[in-house]
Design a protein. Structure first.
Length: 221
């Protein structure tokens, strides 16, 4: 499956998972991630890693993705600790504003999942070690939220439907163009046939006039 070389960075909106995904995460809450681990979907991988992060005491962030060059679908996703990387320095716009707390500390903990030809999402890379203390919070007090670019499940369904309708429209346009070409060919053939019949009729009538003329000459002689 072809992938784009560029990696997209994800913004800061949130997404709540449905009851079925949350149930699945609870069932796998004690599982440990490992390279080769399989998930039914990208969202299932996110739910699992989010539950794993909650159990260990860190917050997950959806970081980067790659899209298929064939259909534009996301086929590669990186999930990281929210302390991954470092905050970019920005000049203070006002001296009265308090500086924001430093939340990124260059943590390398992450998991990479990739969509295989079978449709499964497989863990291809894993880093478990964190470079900062982990703070475990009660599951009931922490909302199961995830930082994401868009609600991926709904967005992917919408994008897939748009691609399906676009492809159908293109097929119908090609079919319509082919039918129009066939119709033009038939009309041209009919016109040529009509012209041929007209010429034949004109020749027959000319011969009949010639015969009539000869009969008149013979009758007078």
């Amino acid at each position: 499956m072809g992938e784009q070389d560029s990696v997209g960075e994800v913004g800061g909106t949130t997404e709540n998972y449905d009851a079925e995904e949350l149930k699945a995460s609870e069932e796998n809450s004690e599982a440990e991630p490992y390279v080769g681990m399989e998930f039914e979907s990208e969202d299932a991988a996110k739910v699992f890693y989010d539950a794993y992060a909650t159990r260990l005491g860190f917050i997950m962030r959806v970081d980067a993705f790659r899209r298929s060059t064939r259909d534009g679908n996301v086929v590669w996703r990186r999930l990281v600790c929210n302390k991954e990387g470092f905050r970019k320095f920005r000049p203070m716009q006002s001296e009265n504003r308090k500086p924001r707390a430093i939340t990124r500390e260059g943590c390398k903990a992450m998991i990479v999942v990739k969509k295989e030809k079978t449709g499964k999402w497989v863990v291809t890379r894993l880093v478990k070690e964190h470079n900062h203390p982990l703070v475990i919070t009660p599951t009931s007090s922490r909302r199961s939220v995830i930082i994401s670019q868009t609600p991926t499940f709904l967005q992917d369904e919408k994008d897939a439907k748009i691609r399906e309708l676009t492809a159908e429209l293109q097929r119908e346009r090609k079919r319509s163009a082919a039918l129009q070409q066939q119709l033009d060919t038939v009309l041209k053939d009919m016109e040529e046939h009509s012209n041929h019949l007209s010429r034949n009729i004109e020749n027959v009538m000319e011969r009949m006039r010639s015969i009539d003329s000869k009969r008149e000459v013979l009758s007078l002689s």
